[in-house]
Write a protein that binds this ligand. Structure first.
Ligand SMILES: [Zn+2]
Length: 456
């Protein structure tokens, strides 16, 4: 018998975590950071509904912060087992956990300055860089399709096609099988392979981020990007692309490289202005074993993320020098929603220039500078100063790393047999819509509440 308790990313998209129990063995699927209002996040991330020392192993689906970001807290509170994941996930998770520890440190320092002025005692960070290093030491790589044993359970990872190294986890105990989709990718995504189809499952735990939406095909995104680049270069402007350091930046540099190679855009200097994105791209280069056929073919002709016109910028000095350039160029910089990072310096410099373009390639959450720019707000505040927005703002929505409704339904349809389905990792409305959609095809689903248990 296997019991699953749904503990995180339940009727929401953050803090993925599910407890799997069989006999005396307790496993965690993911241990993600919950991100939301500060006080809620602090409590949810620091209070586990089980003793961390009672967990035998963690099976990590992929390296996004909302799936791996609370592992250092788990280790800090007594977890002493292995964290199993694919080799690419191990390398990306190490990068992301170190960065997360640094952000927590900076956040607490900032908050403590205000608390000191109010005579309040200082806060401790959720975890330190040392806790992150302890968690990283527990990561154990297992390649796709290779079986591993955890207690009485046999596990195997399939390619989820979501980000580099992302996995669908299949666990079998005494002839009963549960499948955890993790985050599921899309067909024909750049760089990585398409999602694989797992074997028959008695219980499928499936993500539903876009349970009620349909995406544009990737190819359309490439065409739009080419149009914007050509138009902006003709006007003599600069192209700014805010992007997350892991995943989206590589999708964009790969696409730009491909467009240049195919003569779809002119040769124009391109700068990836982010130390974190530079490190993440280095990890991509170390894992050609997960590339799709097209990327492997490009690799045989040179660096798919490089090329003579693409430069990776680490130093602050080199980043500042970009402001002195007057020829057209492209800059890809963090953060993806313009809330922090070097993109703000470039924005400040070019926001008033009607010849330049700003291209959003990801969803912009409410209350971010990115969202205000997408919504056409002007003036906007950047570094506490007001700026009129005169550059052209474009939005390309093709680059989502999540399967849409049709792709989720098709993926389930390709599995040989599915018993129960539990929908997680989606806002309530998205989960309910997908449940209705699957229901019309005769597939029964549950949208669990936090703490709900299911037995197979
Ligand atoms: Zn993800």
């Amino acid at each position: 018998m296997i019991t699953v308790t749904f503990l995180g990313a339940v009727r929401t998209v953050t803090g993925s975590m599910h407890l799997v129990e069989t006999g005396d063995t307790r496993l965690l699927l993911d241990c993600g950071l919950f991100q939301g209002r500060r006080a809620d996040a602090r409590r949810i991330n620091s209070e586990f509904p089980f003793p961390p020392s009672s967990i035998d192993a963690v099976l990590l689906s992929h390296a996004h912060l909302d799936h791996c970001g609370n592992l250092p807290t788990l280790v800090r509170q007594g977890f002493g087992g292995k964290i199993l994941c694919t080799p690419a996930t191990r390398d990306l998770a190490a990068l992301i956990l170190r960065d997360s520890a640094e952000i927590q440190h900076q956040d607490v320092n900032f908050a403590n300055k205000a608390r000191a002025r109010q005579g309040q005692p200082p806060l401790q960070p959720l975890y330190t860089i040392d806790d992150a290093e302890q968690a990283i030491r527990r990561l154990r790589p297992v390649p796709y399709h290779q079986t591993f044993q955890v207690g009485p359970a046999t596990g195997v990872f399939y390619d989820a096609g979501h980000i580099l190294g992302s996995a669908v986890t299949v666990l079998t105990v005494e002839g009963r099988t549960i499948v955890f989709s993790g985050d599921l990718g899309r067909t024909a995504a750049p760089i990585i392979r398409d999602p694989e189809f797992p074997p028959a499952a008695d219980l499928l735990i499936m993500e539903a981020t876009y349970g009620d939406r349909r995406h544009e095909p990737f190819e359309r995104g490439g065409r739009k990007l080419a149009d914007v680049v050509r138009g902006t270069v003709r006007r003599g402007g600069t192209i700014l692309i805010p992007a997350f350091a892991v995943g989206r930046t590589q999708d964009i540099t790969y696409t730009l490289h491909r467009l240049q190679d195919g003569g779809k855009i002119p040769a124009v200097p391109t700068f990836v202005d982010s130390p974190m994105a530079t490190d993440a791209t280095a990890i991509f280069r170390q894992h050609p074993e997960v590339f799709d056929a097209e990327t492997l073919a490009r690799l045989s002709r040179g660096d798919p993320f490089g090329g003579r016109d693409i430069r990776y910028v680490r130093s602050v000095e080199e980043s500042k020098e970009l402001n002195a350039r007057h020829d057209p160029f492209i800059v890809v910089a963090t953060s993806g929603m313009c809330e922090s990072g070097r993109i703000l310096h470039h924005l400040r410099h070019h926001v008033g220039d009607p010849q330049s373009s700003l291209v959003f390639v990801a969803f912009q959450a409410a209350d971010t500078l990115g969202r205000r720019l997408v919504d056409g707000v002007t003036p906007v505040r950047i570094f506490d100063e007001s700026y009129e927005v005169r550059l052209q703002v474009h939005r390309i929505e093709s680059y989502s790393a999540h399967a849409d409704r049709d792709e989720l339904v098709a993926w389930v349809g390709r599995m040989p047999r599915v018993g129960q389905i539990c929908l997680v990792h989606g806002e309530e409305q998205q989960c309910m819509a997908l449940a209705r959609h699957l229901g019309r095809r005769g597939i029964k689903t549950i949208v669990p509440q936090r703490g709900q248990r299911v037995t197979v």
